[in-house]
Design a protein around this ligand. Structure first.
Ligand SMILES: *[C@@H]1O[C@H](CO)[C@@H](O)[C@H](O)[C@H]1NC(C)=O
Ligand SMILES: *[C@@H]1O[C@H](CO)[C@@H](O)[C@H](O)[C@H]1NC(C)=O
Ligand SMILES: *[C@@H]1O[C@H](CO)[C@@H](O)[C@H](O)[C@H]1NC(C)=O
Ligand SMILES: *[C@@H]1O[C@H](CO)[C@@H](O)[C@H](O)[C@H]1NC(C)=O
Length: 634
């Protein structure tokens, strides 16, 4: 009975769609039609060009509003009295622009684990205006926090420094690395910036784009996200699995058992690379972002060889201050957190020159919150690439210059263009010239994937290939291509190495991209007061409420308004009926997007994506996903 009922509803709904089409409401994709003979900056860019999907991006940005503060002019306002310097004789804190007497105290930390919550050593020193000799701190890898007071006992300086001296003078580093064998290992570097879409990269990074033309590289325009946030997109890259499969929410134990049963041994890339004789490095410009969430299973098992996290944690606890109203741009003394990350990358260069490395860097401060911040990153990233090139690091490294998704919040995201760009993150692969000479077929395949639909799962498969370069030999590639060609659609792996040709007829389902993030399905706008749309929207709100119900501290959400509804077209011969909804709820005025599938019952087929900021309203919850939906009771 109930079955019949919903069937009829779906029919009524579909009749409604025919009606709409009859009156000439066109699918949204048509709005991005190709314009010819117009100046370059107005021409569209073809992002995906396959038999199943044509997707273009606009060079012109959509509508956005700037923040009230002049974000790109904000500077750290405290002085930088000391800088860290490693010399052959050891580590020194060098005074800069000292104008009066200071008494300073310093605390020395182990460079490995700041969570031990104790200091190895502490001491005092004086700083005087005429001082220009450094204060010796010790040798090898060190982290040191320093605070200085003036004659009136006012704290005038508080900062954290770190020393990662070059391998030769780094006494704490083992010297077993010279036995790595004669074969050249290809290093891997993930150079990530949060919230940069493919189109935003073309618009805001003119210098990097121009410089790329001098380097062997492939832009993967069809790179798609598979989850809402950085975590949900980087986890598949690092592990080959998504957050649901890893079921991390049930705690580490439940995750372990689920994992052991079905999938064998968990092998995050860090571990695999470490086992293969690589060194590992990790750096983020943030203490509370991605690392803190993967920590419990990805990072604790592998000791990273070079890790910026203890430095960021110490800064976060003791010396951090904000320079913007929203308090997302942080400084320590005279340096923004972003610069600390870049300084770290710079200090690693001598290490990267010497050993094969798997390194992972992620920059996120402010990029996701301020539209105008993106443009300020062009020059710093040009400098990083040039530094790596000049140091001959680029010619031994596969660099993935990438992002996790486009802008996720703010006015820009509310436009149709912003919605599309959110699901099209940046991905550029930069590789040494010799790689192409050594593995011509593999690199030709990589190039041929430039306008195919690719995902973080593919990146995982790609980076597993790098571990076993034998697989990249022409003969092997040929066999693997044959195998791929003869696989049935059912047996097609979800993640396919980018050194193989991604099938032309790949669909979002095959690639593991849920409807909400699939940019290849046509959307047809529906009236927001349609009965089924309203019913599905109520269902979406119920889903939010059941998710937040585990947290007694959140207020129940009610549907305030249906802002947008689209019918998702799965193709003519499909029996899947799905709606993409954008709703506003109260209290909190959150705007959410999700897809709801209509079958015998309503099913939520995507994560619930909040596209407006939630600011301080969800202070009472720590789970990052629930946080986006919770409006705290008081
Ligand atoms: C798109 O694909 C078609 C068919 O493979 C090809 O003929 C065309 O040149 C491609 N266009 C671009 C811009 O790559
Ligand atoms: C400086 O101030 C701190 C408290 O802020 C106090 O504990 C300390 O004794 C003072 N030192 C001197 C030399 O007055
Ligand atoms: C990188 O380039 C430098 C100089 O161009 C060369 O000496 C070095 O051997 C190259 N390294 C590799 C791994 O090809
Ligand atoms: C989407 O719309 C375009 C243009 O209207 C059409 O060519 C294409 O076949 C449609 N795709 C699907 C999956 O229906």
């Amino acid at each position: 009975m109930a079955k019949m009922h919903s069937y009829m509803r779906a029919m009524v709904f579909l009749t409604g769609i025919l009606f709409l089409m009859y009156f000439g409401l066109h699918p949204m994709t048509e709005m991005y039609g190709g314009e010819k003979s117009v100046p370059l900056e107005y021409q569209d860019v073809i992002l995906i060009n396959t038999s199943k999907c044509h997707l273009t991006g606009r060079r012109q940005p959509g509508v956005y509003s700037l923040s009230i503060e002049l974000i790109d002019r904000l500077r750290c306002r405290k002085p930088q009295l000391l800088v860290a310097e490693s010399r052959p004789g050891g580590n020194f804190l060098m005074p800069r622009q000292i104008s009066m007497d200071f008494l300073c105290q310093y605390w020395l930390l182990t460079a490995v684990d700041v969570r031990l919550n104790r200091y190895l050593h502490e001491g005092h020193f004086h700083l005087r205006p005429e001082a220009n000799i450094g204060i010796p701190i010790g040798t090898g890898r060190q982290i040191v926090r320093t605070q200085c007071w003036n004659n009136l006992n006012e704290s005038k300086y508080h900062d954290v420094h770190f020393f990662f001296p070059p391998p030769d003078s780094d006494l704490t580093s083992k010297s077993d690395s010279e036995t790595e064998g004669g074969s050249k290992k290809l290093s891997v570097m993930v150079l990530g910036i949060d919230s940069i879409s493919q189109m935003s990269f073309l618009r805001h990074f003119p210098y990097v784009n121009a410089h790329l033309n001098t380097l062997p590289h492939t832009k993967l325009f069809g790179y798609s996200r598979v989850g809402t946030d950085a975590y949900a997109n980087l986890l598949p890259l690092l592990s080959g699995m998504n957050t649901d499969e890893l079921a991390l929410d049930g705690g580490e134990e439940s995750f372990k058992t689920a994992f052991d049963k079905e999938l064998g041994v968990l092998r995050p890339l860090w571990e695999s690379y470490k086992e293969a004789g690589y060194r590992t490095a990790y750096g983020e410009d943030n203490a509370q972002s991605f690392a803190s969430r993967i920590d419990k299973w990805l990072l604790s098992k592998t000791v990273l060889d070079l890790d910026l996290r203890p430095v960021m944690l110490e800064m976060d606890q003791h010396t951090r201050y904000s320079i913007d109203i929203r308090e997302v741009l942080h400084c320590s003394a005279g340096r923004p957190f972003q610069e600390v990350l870049r300084d770290f990358i710079g200090k690693l260069v001598p290490h990267l020159q010497k050993h094969p490395f798997f390194s992972f860097f992620w920059e996120s401060q402010g990029v996701q919150d301020y539209y105008e911040l993106t443009g300020t990153l062009d020059v710093p990233y040009l400098m990083i690439l040039k530094r790596l090139e000049e140091a001959d690091v680029l010619n031994r490294t596969l660099v993935l210059l990438m992002s996790d998704h486009g802008l996720r919040k703010g006015t820009y995201r509310l436009s149709p263009q912003g919605m599309q760009e959110e699901s099209e993150p940046l991905l550029v692969a930069i590789y040494p010239e010799w790689l192409e000479r050594k593995y011509p077929k593999a690199i030709a395949n990589l190039r041929s994937n430039t306008r195919r639909m690719v995902t973080p799962y593919d990146l995982h498969a790609t980076l597993e290939d790098v571990l076993d370069p034998d697989l990249l030999q022409d003969a092997h590639i040929k066999d693997r291509m044959e195998e791929l060609r003869s696989s049935s659609q059912k047996n097609m792996p979800r993640g396919i190495s980018l050194f193989l040709p991604i099938p032309d007829d790949r669909t979002c389902d095959q690639a593991g991209i849920s409807s909400l993030f699939c940019v290849c399905r046509n959307l047809t706008a529906l009236p927001t007061d349609d009965g089924l749309v309203v019913r599905s929207s109520r269902f979406l709100v119920r889903s939010i409420n059941s998710l937040i119900s585990s947290q007694a501290k959140c207020r129940e959400q009610k549907l305030h308004k249906v802002l947008q509804a689209h019918f998702v077209n799965f193709g003519e011969d499909s029996f899947i009926f799905e709606l993409k909804l954008r709703i506003k709820t109260f209290p909190g005025n959150g705007v959410f997007e999700a897809t709801v599938r209509l079958s015998n019952e309503l099913i939520l087929t995507s994560p619930i994506n909040r596209i407006t900021p939630y600011l301080g309203n969800s202070y009472c919850v720590s789970d990052p996903y629930i946080k986006t939906m919770c409006f705290c009771l008081n």
